[in-house]
Design a protein around this ligand. Structure first.
Ligand code: SAM
Ligand code: SF4
Length: 478
């Protein structure tokens, strides 16, 4: 799919900063929202076209409750039409919380003396992975503070260790990374270890606001961070994840920052971000922000719906920072990935008892501490198809994630069957009887609807593979 590049005030050159705050504020201040325009833009998105920054600003400036509801309905419709009902599950695995930076919102910051600094040893990492595999996880994101200890070689070593851990039928099939920006050589090193996505959040796209929150360490350099995913691309990582920490600055500005970043990656590398994240600030030990830009649930839901419509092809991640109720609501606006069974305390997955010291080993407080199976139960009950699929990445279908979006029938031919197969594995290996019963019913319903789909789907072949899974085969995918 080709995108028409949007003319921005700063030209897009590789490894060059691309954010112009004035351009963004001009769009927010001078763009009008009318019912006609809003409806036209929803229709544009539903016809699978990206929105420009100016068009996104129209949606951001929509305040009429009925029109906002139409935007949300547009996002729901896009999800139904394009993505179907599958939701990919993953777990974050915090490896180490040493940090040289002083980010005012983060419990890991260097000046937080309450924080107990820990880094998992090889054996502790293996224990964590085994514990996660025993719950059925197949996809992890390794998370690190920023510290010389967490070198590209160290991260690559961790990644290889994780892939080697096999517990019964358990294995991790995709390891993503959320860590400090690297140089191109460093990105090449972690890429060679077989990582999936490298995620780096800009936190805020406003350079002045950025300065006020980042008071020490390498992370103070706004532009170095802004161009980090360019270096990742130059280092051969074509699955990159962008994000803004919502609550540091005006959320409408951040949405346009994310769109501008997307434009930049498309213009320079012909591929947009693999995922967009929009974590909201949560309470953290020694949190030091004034709360002026905190975003309420209503605006947050609007933000998610607008992002969905603005970049219809990109994966959107919603984490356990949010409550179960809010997650349930915004899942419908086109979220594609959520975490389940999340624990942020370092070493907590392998721990059996609650440890008081945990309070001092986590980065921030989460709002959804349900187990993976509880989350699976809710997804199944609400008609979502939980998926642990890792097929595209393992078949080399990377950097072109929007294939699933732009290639007719891709979702029905690949994503849904792979969701069914990975859910089948889960039901056989990990699910309690009640979850299994409901899960098989959902799979049967899905197979029936694939059978009657216009595209030619080989339902017999899917059924055949399910039988193979029941007989003990694993890791079957299309
Ligand atoms: N140290 C690396 C970095 O800063 O890029 C790794 C990331 S940090 C462990 C993961 C992300 O958590 C940060 O990029 C930030 O967006 C988010 N985060 C930090 N403090 C938070 C808080 N109090 N509430 C919610 N999210 C937070
Ligand atoms: Fe360190 Fe990252 Fe936390 Fe900043 S957000 S203090 S860099 S762990």
């Amino acid at each position: 799919m080709k995108f028409t590049p949007e003319k921005c005030s700063i030209p897009d050159e590789r490894m060059k900063p691309f954010i112009d705050p004035e351009e963004i504020w001009n769009l927010i201040n001078n763009t009008k929202s009318t019912p006609e325009r809003v409806r036209e833009l929803i229709a544009k998105s539903l016809s699978k076209q990206r929105l420009t920054m100016e068009e996104t600003a129209v949606l951001l400036n929509t305040t009429d409750p009925d029109l906002v509801e139409e935007i949300k309905e547009g996002a729901r419709e896009l999800k139904r039409l394009v993505y179907g009902n599958r939701i990919v599950l993953f777990a974050p695995l915090y490896v180490g919380n040493k940090c040289i930076n002083n980010c005012q919102y983060c419990g890991f910051r260097s000046t937080n003396k309450e924080q107990i600094r820990t880094t998992l040893s090889d054996q502790e990492l293996i224990d964590e992975v085994e514990a996660l595999e025993e719950t059925g996880q197949k996809r992890l994101i390794l998370v690190y503070g920023e510290h010389p200890h967490y070198s590209p070689e160290f991260i690559a070593h961790n990644v290889k260790l994780v892939y080697d851990v096999k517990k019964n039928h358990g294995e991790i099939r995709r390891v993503n990374i959320n860590a400090a920006p690297l140089e191109i050589e460093g990105f090449k090193t972690v890429k060679a270890a077989g990582i999936g996505t490298y995620q780096i959040f800009q936190e805020t796209y406003n350079p002045d606001a950025y300065k006020t929150y980042h008071l020490g360490g390498k992370k103070m350099d706004f532009e170095y961070r802004l161009t980090s995913l360019d270096r990742a691309q130059e280092g051969g990582i074509d699955d990159v994840g962008i994000g803004a920490l919502i609550g540091l600055y005006d959320w409408r500005y951040e949405v346009l920052g994310l769109i501008r970043h997307t434009n930049h990656l498309e213009a320079c590398y012909n591929v947009g971000p693999h995922t967009i994240s929009f974590p909201r600030i949560k309470d953290a030990s020694e949190l030091n922000i004034d709360g002026k830009y905190m975003v309420n649930d209503e605006d947050f839901a609007k933000l998610v719906a607008i992002l969905r419509l603005a970049v219809p092809y990109t994966g959107m991640i919603l984490t356990a920072r949010e409550t179960p109720a809010l997650r349930k609501e915004v899942l419908q606006f086109g979220i594609s990935q959520i975490d389940g069974g999340t624990k942020l305390e370092i070493g907590a997955y392998a721990e059996t008892e609650n440890d008081d010291q945990n309070l001092h080993r986590e980065q921030f407080a989460i709002n959804d501490s349900r187990s993976l199976n509880e989350i699976m139960d809710e997804l199944i009950a609400t008609g979502f198809m939980p998926s642990f699929c890792t097929a595209c990445y393992r078949l080399g279908r990377t950097g072109e994630h929007f294939m699933e979006f732009s290639v007719p029938g891709f979702i029905k031919r690949f994503c849904t069957p792979n969701a069914i197969l990975t859910l089948s594995e889960y039901l056989v290996d990990y699910a309690p009887a009640e979850t299994a019963e409901k899960g098989w019913q959902l799979i049967e319903k899905e197979l029936q609807s694939l059978h009657s789909a216009e595209e030619k789907i080989n339902v017999t072949e899917i059924r055949n593979r399910i039988e193979q899974i029941k007989a003990g085969k694993r890791d079957l995918y299309f």
